[in-house]
Design a protein around this ligand. Structure first.
Ligand code: C2E
Ligand code: MG
Ligand code: MG
Ligand code: MG
Length: 289
């Protein structure tokens, strides 16, 4: 009996593997079609200066409008896109769309703010990154100051000459660089000195409990103090409560991104926020400050 049970287990396992492999294959083919079918879209999440109550930046975040599953977030498909070797193509699509939107806002007289675009570590290894970014900006007449690149610590930890050269090259174009999810990787303070990074984005995991009683308030204070003494700009990500915003602002981190102020917005809504401000942001910031 026992032996039979084991066989059943093995049987189940291989069945499950078959199901997984099929699901993956169908997702791969759906992703390939997504490029042809124009199924990707960008949403923009505002970055708000709580001192002044206004939108000072935005982050472009990719979405996949799946024909049957609805809107799929990047965490569910970017790892597969990377494995498929298509992250360069997706990254190029994201930057192009962001530049098209910025150029249109500019033509329409919308007050502009810098827009951040996320770079995957795999994109970073590509030889043509510098040229393709430079050419995309030029093709759309977008000034490099309008684009910020968000990179993760995993990129910066590859503490090689090549990394430094790519970063310096991008900086040389006039783009600014932000360290995304700061504090979650194998943070090495050495790379902050070595590389030309302008902004630290304090990861949501520290922000979450920064108004609590654990160690996160101390970590957040230390990150803020360090960024200030290195002359770096700061953004807190994932700010959800007024209590968190108050603590961050009291310690000198005024620029915040999170559901408290705004969710990632469709292009038309983000554009409206640039023109008219975020509804309720004034009063919210007055309460926080
Ligand atoms: P990220 O760059 O750290 O972006 C912030 C993520 O946190 C976004 O999730 C955003 O919607 C979410 N978020 C913002 N405020 C709050 C909040 O107050 N509470 C909570 N719980 N979440 C908040 P999203 O859009 O699902 O993106 C997830 C990650 O996918 C991004 O993390 C980024 O690493 C990656 N990603 C997004 N777009 C792109 C892209 O175009 N290219 C690449 N390579 N990666 C991207
Ligand atoms: Mg980001
Ligand atoms: Mg982030
Ligand atoms: Mg994050």
């Amino acid at each position: 009996l026992r032996r039979r049970g084991e066989n059943d287990a093995i049987q189940c396992y291989t069945e499950q593997m078959k199901v997984d492999a099929l699901a993956r294959l169908s997702m791969e083919s759906a992703l390939r079609k997504a490029f042809e079918g124009d199924q990707f879209a960008l949403v923009y999440q505002p970055k708000v200066d709580a001192d002044r109550g206004c939108v000072v930046g935005g982050e472009a975040l990719v979405r996949w409008h799946h024909p049957t599953e609805g809107v799929v977030g990047p965490a569910a498909f970017i790892p597969l896109i990377e494995e498929m070797g298509l992250i360069g193509q997706l990254g190029q699509w994201v930057l192009t769309r962001a530049c098209e939107d910025i150029a249109r806002w500019c033509r329409d007289g919308v007050p502009l703010v810098p827009i951040a675009v996320n770079l995957s570590a795999l994109q970073f290894g590509r030889q043509d990154l510098h040229e393709s970014i430079r050419d995309t900006l030029a093709a759309h007449g977008v000034a490099p100051e309008m684009i910020e690149l968000e990179v993760t610590e995993s990129i910066l930890m590859r503490d090689t000459r090549a990394t430094a050269e790519v970063l310096e090259g991008l900086h040389g174009l006039g783009l600014s660089l932000a360290v995304d999810d700061f504090g979650t990787g194998y943070s090495s303070l050495a790379y902050l000195k070595r590389f030309a990074v302008d902004t630290l984005k304090i990861d949501r995991s520290f922000v979450q409990d920064c108004a609590g009683t654990g160690q996160d308030p101390a970590i957040v204070r230390a990150i803020i103090a360090m960024a200030q003494s290195l002359g770096m700009a700061l953004v807190a990500e994932g700010v959800e409560t007024e209590a968190q915003a108050r603590v961050l602002q009291a310690h000198g981190c005024a620029v915040m991104q999170g559901y408290l102020f705004a969710r990632p917005l469709a292009e038309a809504d983000f554009r409206a926020a640039l023109c008219d401000g975020l509804p309720g942001a004034d009063r919210l910031c007055a309460r926080v400050g």
